[in-house]
Design a protein. Structure first.
Length: 332
């Protein structure tokens, strides 16, 4: 295959960015179709790519003989059915997280993909391609801080999306850490617990920030702070504390006041500038895999299932007053 003809489903912020990145920055990729339930929005995004056609029918993209592979960036509730449609059509798919909103749907997707031979679904856990995170993983793997004891993860945003809930904060945001932490440590999450302080006055309807504790099989303890309405900017941090030292994405100054008033460190308003390189590298790796048939470095459908199992345990802890809950990954 000389080039990969790609159909992108979903033309919102994420899908539009994927179209622009594939067209402008990924060699061997050709965007041929763009789908969105809002056909005018699909047409606007497709209009920036010569020869790309727009539709409001996602399944028409999957069935199109001029589409070799599919990117799914539509609403979470569509991920499972669209991924399965691509599998049935024999087409590789890069699906944004989560694989599906529920664990039961994740199991259904993984089982059907395996029956089809496996390897068709990749998950958009782009932090595995973020240069800062890959450098951090290399340092941990090289033993630069000794055996990990504590991991501190922070995920903050300016404001939550309309209709956000306690559960969506977990399945839509914290789920990145549920993939990153076991990838970083090389050890699965075994137990979780959920906690929250009083909620910020900036939101109503759900608890924000949230604090999640993750126990991994290697004996390390991870704290995950998710604060969707931090207001001052989009801010991602991760520090690994080991037996002999620490390694981190960034090293703080003596005192830094990060607030909506000061914006002292120039934080972006959302995730796209922070992870632009990660998305570009991820899309290039996926395109290369589809084009050459080489082994994929991407997160798999089963990785998506595991992350969703952790999310389900966290939600169970939330509903049970913060009790520690074991993670149970279903057999598939």
């Amino acid at each position: 295959m000389s080039g990969v003809r790609i159909g992108v489903i979903g033309a919102g912020n994420m899908g539009a960015d994927h179209v622009a990145t594939l067209h402008g920055h990924v060699s061997g990729a050709e965007v041929t179709r763009v789908a969105d339930i809002d056909k005018e929005r699909a047409a606007s995004v497709a209009g920036a790519v010569p020869g790309a056609r727009a539709t409001d029918d996602a399944y028409a993209v999957i069935d199109d003989p001029e589409v070799d592979a599919v990117v799914i960036a539509s609403h979470d509730t569509t991920h499972a059915d669209l991924s399965l449609a691509a599998v049935r059509a024999g087409k590789p798919v890069l699906c944004e997280k989560p694989l599906a909103p529920t664990l039961e749907e994740c199991v259904r997707v993984v089982r059907e993909e395996r029956r089809a031979g496996g390897g068709l679904i990749s998950l958009g856990f782009m932090r595995r391609f973020d240069p800062a995170h890959t450098e951090l993983k290399a340092a941990v793997s090289a033993g630069e801080c000794g055996s990990p004891l504590l991991v501190r993860c922070v995920s903050r945003g300016v404001s939550s999306a309309p209709g956000c809930t306690d559960e969506l904060s977990i399945t839509g945001s914290a789920i990145h850490e549920f993939d990153t932490v076991p990838w970083l440590l090389g050890s699965p999450v075994t137990e979780v617990s959920w906690h929250a302080p009083r909620s910020t006055a900036a939101v109503s309807g759900f608890r924000d920030p949230q604090l999640i504790l993750l126990h991994t099989a290697d004996g390390a303890l991870t704290t995950v702070e998710v604060f969707l309405n931090a207001r001052y900017g989009y801010d991602i941090r991760c520090e690994v504390v080991g037996e002999h030292g620490t390694v981190a994405l960034t090293h703080p100054a003596r005192i830094v006041a990060d607030s909506a008033r000061t914006r002292s460190r120039g934080y972006p308003a959302d995730w796209r500038p922070r992870f632009a390189d990660a998305y570009r590298l991820e899309l290039q790796a996926w395109t290369d895999t589809v084009r050459t048939g080489a082994a994929s470095p991407m997160a798999t459908a089963h990785d998506g299932l595991v992350a969703s199992a952790v999310a389900g345990a966290v939600i169970a802890s939330m509903e049970d007053g913060g009790r520690t809950i074991p993670v149970q990954v279903p057999e598939v």
